[in-house]
Structure formats: C-alpha cells, structure tokens
Write a protein that binds this ligand. Structure first.
Ligand code: MG
Ligand code: MG
Length: 257
C-alpha cells in the first residue's frame, strides 16, 4: 500500500528489531511468488485473495491490509489502468492483462510490505517495457538508498529511470517508513531533487514503491473509494520492497523470498 504521511517522528530500528522484521518480509516475498505462480488467464482475483487469507490463517500471520482504514481485502489487486489499492473481486484475468499484487503481512507485531506487477499470459511489448522500466526504477532507488544520502537523492534516482523512458511518475501516492505500523514517517516520494530533503539515517526501514504510467500520471479514484486509476486510462505498473538503509552499500531488501 502507498500513503501520504502525517508529520510524526521517524522511528529508527535497532539491529535486533530489524531481525524481528525479517519473518514478515520473508512471508510477503514468498507469498507473492506463490500468487504469481497462480496467475493465468481465467483466474479470479478473489481466488488469489482467498489463497492468502487461508495461508495466513493457517500460519497465524496477520493480513496487514484487511480492515486497514476499512480496506476489504487481503491483497490489493490492480489490473491494467488500475495503479494501486484495487479490490480483489471476482474479476477474471484475461490474456494480455497486467496485474499488480500488493501484499502486507504482520508477524509478531512487525510489518512487511511489497508489490510487483506481472503480465497475464502474453503481453504487448509496450506493457513488457513498462514493467521492465518500473522494476528497474525500484532497483535504482534501492541502489541509491543508503545512510547519509538525502531523501531527494532516492526519489531522483527512481524518477530518472521512469522519465528517461518517457513514462510518468505518479505523485499522489508514495512510499513510507515501515515498522510496527505499515505507514510510518518519512514519506518516500518517487521523485525528488538530488541533495534535498532529510538525511537518511542508520536504523531507517522504508518501503520504496514506484508507480509509473505509460501516459499522463494524473490519477482518479473509483467509486469504491479505494481503487486508484490513471485518469487517462493508460497502463500503469507498481513495484515495492521494504528495505533497510545501510551505510556502505545499497539498501538491504527484507521482502525478497
Ligand atoms: Mg507500501
Ligand atoms: Mg504495499
């Protein structure tokens, strides 16, 4: 999930606390892999949602999104022009769709949050390129994210990859700190100016989550009150990892299985 932020204090994590965040991150990474193995033409979004609800129920894992500010599903499932926060309805996936799945898990009170977009069956070269570029923009953000850089350096690294490919960067939904709450300060925009914004510190754990659009990045929200779509109906993609800032190298990914 992606959110704006109320101004509160950044909550720095000790190495021990970071270790305690690992199971939730692992669970999210592993479960996203399982979900995308289930993705094929004819699959209902609700089947994916039910899979996670049952698995988490069995393992005593809390589905972080379910009930979050009233969100009614376990996963966010966003198809084609849907950017984020889509409902896992009985919609049936079709050949050529692109599907973003965003998933949160809470284990022992610590949250992991990750998302990615993949094709359903064979997708158009244009859609393929959008997925590749958005994924690459997340990698660039993770690579730029380290202790001592400014927040704007990370946003700029993401933005440069997306905009140099000719795509739009969604502005109204951004990454965030992660810890005992899914959404902690600071907000982590997918755009920025080098050398601007707060200095990143040891103990920061953040979700970086670029959202890119083939067309104009302006957004609208559907009547369900949640699903964010591109205003012009163009395709969009979303990739997210929860990462730990490190002093001497790229951020460490917690949500990779
Ligand atoms: Mg998030
Ligand atoms: Mg998320």
């Amino acid at each position: 999930m992606a959110n704006g932020q109320r101004p509160r204090q950044v909550i720095l994590k000790t190495e021990d606390e970071i270790d305690r965040m690992r199971p939730a991150g692992q669970m999210v990474g592993e479960t996203l892999n399982e979900l995308f193995e289930m993705v094929k033409p004819g699959r209902k979004l609700s089947e994916l949602d039910r899979y996670v609800l049952e698995k988490f129920g069995r393992l005593d894992v809390i589905p972080t999104f379910l009930g979050y500010q009233g969100f009614p599903h376990t996963i966010c499932a966003s198809v084609n022009d849907e950017i984020v926060h889509g409902f896992a309805t009985d919609r049936v996936l079709e050949e050529g769709d692109i599907l973003s799945i965003d998933l949160g898990a809470t284990i022992d009170g610590w949250v992991g949050d990750s998302a990615r977009t993949e094709g359903v069956g064979t997708i158009s070269p244009e859609a393929r390129r959008l997925l590749d570029v958005t994924s690459e923009s997340l990698a660039a953000g993770i690579s730029a994210a380290r202790v001592g850089v400014r927040k704007g350096d990370i946003g700029a690294a993401i933005q440069e990859v997306i905009e140099s490919a000719g795509y739009g960067v969604v502005r109204g939904y951004v990454g965030h700190g992660v810890g005992r709450d899914m959404h902690e300060p600071p907000s982590m925009p997918n755009y920025g100016r080098h050398g601007s914004g707060m200095t990143m510190r040891r103990g920061m754990v953040v979700a970086l989550e670029p959202m890119a659009t083939i067309g104009d990045p302006a957004t609208a929200v559907l009547d369900d009150g949640w699903t964010v779509v591109t205003a012009d109906g163009s395709l969009s993609a979303h990739f997210e990892h929860t990462v730990v800032l490190r002093p001497d190298g790229p951020a460490e990914i917690l949500t990779q299985a």
